[in-house]
Design a protein around this ligand. Structure first.
Ligand SMILES: Cc1ncc(COP(=O)(O)O)c(C=O)c1O
Length: 389
């Protein structure tokens, strides 16, 4: 045993040889970054990826993931945050001040609206909803106070695919910054920046993770000044991510295009089968004719996520719909899609979109990696048990 094991073990002189290279990205975990000398403390600027200053500001692992997500989205800069929702709220906090207004599509991801309603409101920031399927509705909603327009393509429950370029064109014309929630497209289905948006946000929790075991979000930009604004707010809020979480996303990222394609194909097979069932009055899947905004999907996208909803006939009792959902054995009841397990969630359409045009009982499906035949058989047995032959 050394004379002073504590000190000797902590300050052990061994350094592994330089030059180790492997396809897998090393996992660096640190709160403290060691500086070689005082000059390094003074010369390093935490805002740039030219050196390391503090764990919260980045490690080789998080820098690498940021660069890969920026490439995936077709952007120049990426900022990682601990969840998709944190990515949304980071953009809001970076761009909005007292007296400003943010516009949200009326099918927006619910917690984004809750943030506006409860947190932004406390800071004197207002929000207003617009109809994402009507660029004229956005035009009418923009005022002298509007600083930010959020866009989703498609809405992640009711699945309307908007005229992205039309919406962006309206906001641009009025000098308003646009942010796209690209969680559904995942950087695969379509090129978010090609539509002209300023910011592309993604819940990496979904497709990039793919395992259903990580929460993470990204905010990607092309513009240097916009990125710096987001980065400064990110630093002040202390929104770091863990090295192990970055590792999991890095590990899954290489299979993202394959997984996306496979889940898309499986979802389309099951969606087509469900659409032909007598219990289903409408299929909400942007790749299908008759789904809201299908023409915009066709003009914009090469692929689609493995996520879709159906409207079950309004003549069914809510208890029957619950029985159908409860009766599914392979589809598990849960929210966070794009993982290996197929999921199902019933939504209260009337409460979500009071006065909206859709009628019936909305049930959303997320298709995982199981065999399509097994999932189809599961749907069939649960439909028959709940609604009869
Ligand atoms: C469209 C969309 N945006 C953002 C989020 C938020 O992601 P997270 O669960 O990582 O906070 C979700 C999560 O369901 C989502 O569906």
């Amino acid at each position: 045993m050394p004379k002073d094991p504590a000190t000797e073990l902590i300050h052990h002189p061994y350094r592994p040889p330089a030059g180790f290279e492997a396809p897998q990205v090393a996992v660096h975990k640190a709160s403290t970054i060691i500086f070689p000398n005082v000059a390094a403390v003074r010369s390093r600027d935490w805002r740039y990826k030219t050196g390391y200053t503090y764990g919260l500001h980045g490690t080789p692992t998080t820098f690498t993931l940021e660069e890969r997500i920026a490439t995936l989205e077709g952007g120049r800069h990426c900022q990682l945050v601990p969840s998709g929702l944190a990515a949304i709220t980071l953009v809001d906090q970076a761009l909005l001040s007292t007296g400003d207004e943010v516009l949200l599509p009326d099918n927006v991801y619910g917690p984004s609206r809750e943030f506006a309603r409860h947190e932004l409101a406390r800071w004197g920031i207002t929000h207003r909803l617009y109809d994402p399927m009507d660029p004229a509705s956005l035009e009418a909603a923009i005022s002298a106070h509007t600083r930010l327009v959020w866009i989703e393509a498609p809405g992640s429950v009711t699945m309307e695919f908007p005229d992205l370029a039309g919406l962006v064109g309206v906001a641009r014309h009025r000098g308003v910054t646009t942010a796209l929630d690209n969680t559904w497209g995942a950087g695969i289905a379509f090129d978010g920046f090609a539509s002209g948006v300023d910011i592309v946000m993604q819940a990496l929790t979904k497709y990039p993770s793919g395992g259903g075991d990580v929460l993470m979000g990204s905010v990607t930009t092309r513009d240097d000044a916009l990125h710096e604004r987001i980065k400064l707010t990110h630093m002040r809020l202390g929104l770091g991510i863990a090295g192990n979480d970055a590792e999991l996303v890095l590990r899954s990222l290489s299979s993202l295009p394959m997984r996306y394609r496979a889940q898309d194909a499986a979802a389309r097979e099951l969606a087509a089968w469900l659409a032909a069932r007598p219990e289903v009055v409408r299929l909400l899947h942007p790749a299908f004719e008759g789904s809201p905004g299908h023409e915009h999907w066709r003009a914009t996208c090469a692929q689609a996520a493995g996520l879709f909803s159906v409207l079950l006939d309004a003549r069914f009792a809510p208890a029957q719909v619950d029985r159908f959902v409860d009766g599914l054995k392979l589809f598990r009841i849960g929210y966070s899609w794009a993982g290996p397990i197929s999921l199902v969630v019933p939504y209260d359409l009337a409460a979500m979109r009071p006065g909206g045009p859709m009628r019936g009982h909305l049930v959303r499906f997320s298709i995982g990696f199981e065999e399509v035949d097994a999932l189809r058989a599961d749907l069939q047995q649960a439909l028959i048990a709940a609604f009869g032959d």
